[in-house]
Design a protein around this ligand. Structure first.
Ligand code: GTP
Ligand code: MG
Length: 138
């Protein structure tokens, strides 16, 4: 069964939306295989977002992601990588489709980095790398 790494980002945890996100994941039919609440350090975040190093939003992104607890979740199910990306909606919450997590629950707050509530791995390679990073030994 395919696995994906889902994060409820600090904005989602602060707004009390962990249950709402997990409700949607479970209602879709996926299974939770690991779940942990923690404030990630820069080492994990630097590796997690290595592809964005050097971009203008990289530093604000790491600052935001380390600003408070994140719910890290390993989700399992047939085509769960694509499936969760579809549940999450597009990156910009202003225009993410209604019905998606970002579209229904997110908005622009006029900050340096887009706060968009959730992360989901974007490919099997990313999923394997990210699950190893957030849940070593799983
Ligand atoms: P993640 O699930 O967090 O990886 O989001 P994503 O896959 O939808 O987007 P991507 O990996 O391209 O970017 C990671 C994060 O960087 C996004 O969630 C945003 O918070 C932020 N980000 C990405 N692109 C931009 C941008 O063009 N401008 C700003 N301000 N932030 C961005
Ligand atoms: Mg991404």
């Amino acid at each position: 069964r395919e696995r994906t790494l889902v994060l409820v980002k600090p904005d989602g945890v602060a707004r009390g939306l962990v249950g709402e996100v997990l409700r949607r994941v479970e209602a879709k039919g996926y299974r939770l295989v690991a779940l942990d609440l923690r404030t990630p350090d820069r080492e994990v975040l630097g590796a997690h977002y290595a592809e964005h190093e050097g971009k203008p939003f990289y530093e604000p992104l790491l600052e935001f992601m380390s600003s408070g607890p994140v719910a890290a979740v390993v989700v399992e199910g047939e085509r769960s990588i694509e499936g969760f990306r579809s549940l999450a909606g597009t990156t910009d919450p202003t225009t993410a489709a209604p019905g998606t997590i970002r579209g229904d629950l997110g908005r622009d707050w006029g900050l340096k980095v887009q706060q968009n509530l959730v992360h989901g791995s974007d490919s099997p390679e990313s999923a394997a790398r990210e699950i190893g990073l957030w849940f070593p030994g799983l």
